[in-house]
Design a protein around this ligand. Structure first.
Ligand SMILES: [Fe+2]
Length: 137
């Protein structure tokens, strides 16, 4: 799996797919920066951009989740996964701020794995449930 868009990443909801494409482009930029050994302020700035966009994206998905009747089990798991993302990234960012030079590659590996797994598992499941669910109006 890589951060170039693939049809199997589609969740079947155009707005969500467009947001995921933007997130994957940001991840590719994180990969470029970290693989060339550039960290420091450029990486901190890019991480701030990624996290701002992740906040917008999660809130947009969570808003969509409230518009239809979804199984509670999915909603609980999905909200917990979004919450865990912030805690994991905060840990990396603390290491980054402390000047840990090795954190860039590990951060990129974590981000790529988290987003691709999240998109292919919970977000695709959400897409299928949304398309099948009765609208709450
Ligand atoms: Fe999600």
């Amino acid at each position: 799996m890589d951060t170039n868009w693939r049809p199997e990443y589609s969740v079947g909801i155009d707005d969500v797919d467009d947001q995921h494409k933007h997130l994957l482009r940001l991840l590719a930029r994180v990969g470029t920066l970290t693989s060339t050994g550039k960290g420091g302020s450029a990486l901190s700035k890019l991480m701030a951009e990624l996290q701002d966009y992740a906040a917008f994206h999660f809130s947009s998905e969570e808003h969509l989740m409230k518009s239809v009747a979804l199984p509670t089990s999915h909603v609980q798991l999905h909200l917990a996964a979004h919450g865990q993302y912030w805690r994991s990234v905060a840990d990396f960012q603390a290491r980054l701020q402390a000047g840990d030079a090795s954190v860039g590659l590990a951060l990129h590996a974590f981000l790529q794995s988290w987003w691709l797994n999240h998109i292919c598992e919970l977000d695709r499941e959400l897409g299928q449930l949304m398309l099948a669910a009765p609208s709450l109006g």
